[in-house]
Design a protein around this ligand. Structure first.
Ligand code: FAD
Length: 467
């Protein structure tokens, strides 16, 4: 069969991994085709993930700030929420970014093909789109097909009151009673949005802590804050059944700490994401996929088939956009003959909740589990002039050092803007900084970033009188 399209580099999926790979390959003079099943480029992150959630979280933060400042003499009154306008704002933010990607693809002469792609041989992908089937023959391929949310099988998914994150971001309405199943980053971010808009939020989490990937002390200020605002937070609690009834979704729980009520207007299921590796005909290309749908790669992002690469959520944890983009660059560069490899020491994680929680590198719990000899420098924001000035003293900055070398190997921050503050520590770990390097770096005063330098000084023993 004759190919309809031929190219040097084929990229399957246009999320942060895929579009970055396609653009980098084109910039390196590779004739590149980008295949995407949806009409809009950008994948989960731009369309139904990072970007729309942050637009809505911005609105939530403004509402919360306005409420908080009332205690200091400035009142705006109860917020009036025009949901259509808010949805429009979010959609415009998404549209601006996804539209920008189309322009950038055109500029680089990346050909985009819309349709669902399936490998039919090690050098061919069949794309089924609105205008029929097309066969693409490629020299090299980069698989960036991403992930999708895990759907609990006992939920009546055809009922529109059951939400995954995509449906929750559609913001159809503000339910009176919202149950969030899964207290990870995505669930708690959506809880932040809906609580600010006026929903009565209940969170249930199977594990013994919210955001199980982060150190417990980092999560505590968030838990304390939302315990007061939400209807309930229930740890070590399992959902065993959900039934659609006229008056709501009736949920049955298992565990010692069960929520009071059992009927909810909406139920958001946010229990994780599963990779799309099993849905792309990988076997026809000879690419090995694990039972769970992940594709194993080496440091050059190469699969078991030498000319086929894989990147992003599909290749494993952490499932984060900034990991996908870096991997995308590596794969494209290797396709173009460069000797690049993915060599990041650490990848930061951020929950854009209120307060934000960010962490990078080794956590204290991991250090203990691995038997590492570590020391911790912790700076409570109660001692930060800036944190006091914004009335957010619950935060802290924690740095984790290797006791033998005094080199930084991990960090965690909780408080407003923690996500922006963590980058300095990712850089410090990449650069192999010692505590003195961080402590002697002059941070501007009065900023929250000062807490980073101060935490290093606490570790060094050059600051002792915090209060
Ligand atoms: P994806 O973004 O999943 O893109 C894959 C693309 O491939 C999709 O467009 C899909 O349609 C397409 N595709 C799949 N199969 C085919 C096929 N057979 N044919 C054609 N096209 C196909 N990460 C962060 O770093 N920060 C955040 O703040 C953040 N917030 C999030 C909030 C939510 C609600 C969610 C759900 C996720 C969030 N994430 C966040 C995670 C982030 O979205 C993902 O890590 C990131 O999108 C992964 O990029 P990717 O390129 O691997 O794949």
């Amino acid at each position: 069969r004759k190919a309809d399209i031929t190219c040097q580099v084929l990229v399957l999926g246009s999320g942060p991994g895929g579009y970055t790979a396609a653009f980098r390959a084109a910039d390196l003079d590779q004739d590149t085709v980008l295949v995407e099943r949806y009409g809009s480029l950008g994948g989960v992150c731009l369309n139904v993930g990072c970007i729309p959630s942050k637009a809505l979280l911005h609105a939530a933060a403004v509402i919360e700030e306005a409420e908080a400042i009332a205690a200091h003499g400035i009142s705006f009154g109860k917020p009036k929420i025009d949901l259509d306008k808010l949805r429009d704002f979010k959609d415009k933010v998404v549209g601006k970014l996804t539209g920008g990607l189309s322009g950038m693809a055109k500029q680089r002469k990346v050909r985009t093909v819309q349709g669902t792609g399936t490998f039919v041989s090690p050098h061919e992908l069949e794309v089924e789109g609105a205008d029929g089937k097309k066969l693409i023959r490629f020299e090299k391929a980069i698989i960036a097909a991403g992930s999708q949310s895990v759907k609990l099988p006992m939920f009546p998914w055809d009922d529109e009151r059951i939400l995954d994150s995509t449906r929750a971001l559609e913001l159809a309405d503000v339910p009176k009673k919202l149950l969030v199943v899964g207290g990870g980053i995505i669930g708690l971010e959506m809880a932040t949005v809906y609580a600010a808009l006026g929903s009565e939020v209940t969170v249930v989490e199977l594990m013994d802590q919210l955001m199980p990937g982060a150190d417990k002390d980092l999560v505590k200020p968030l838990q304390q804050r939302i315990s007061k605002r939400y209807k309930g937070i229930h740890l070590k609690t399992k959902v065993v059944e959900a039934k659609a009834q006229k008056n709501g979704i009736k949920v049955t729980f298992e565990g010692d700490d069960q929520p009071e009520g059992s009927i909810f207007d909406r139920v958001l299921v946010s229990i994780g994401r599963s990779p799309n590796g099993n849905k792309i005909g990988a076997d026809k290309a000879g690419v090995e996929v694990t039972e769970r749908g992940f594709i194993a790669v080496d440091r050059q992002m190469r699969t078991n088939v030498a000319h086929i690469f894989a990147i992003g959520d599909l290749v494993g944890q952490p499932m984060l956009a900034h990991k996908a983009t870096h991997e995308g660059k590596v794969a494209a560069e290797v396709c173009a003959g460069m000797k690049s490899q993915f060599d990041a020491r650490v990848i930061p994680s951020v929950a854009y909740t209120d307060p934000e929680i960010a962490w990078v590198g080794v956590t204290e719990r991991e250090a203990k589990e691995k038997g590492l000899k570590v020391g911790v420098g912790k700076f409570p924001w109660a001692a930060s002039g800036r944190a006091i000035g914004i009335d957010r003293t619950e935060g802290f900055t924690k740095l984790i050092f290797d006791e033998d070398t005094h080199r930084i190997i991990g960090a965690g921050i909780v408080g407003p803007h923690a996500g922006d503050l963590i980058s300095e520590l990712a850089l410090a770990i990449e650069m192999g900084c010692e505590a003195a390097d961080i402590g002697l770096t002059v941070h501007p005063h009065p900023t929250l970033s000062e807490s980073v330098g101060m935490a290093a000084e606490v570790y060094e023993g050059t600051i002792t009188d915090l209060y």
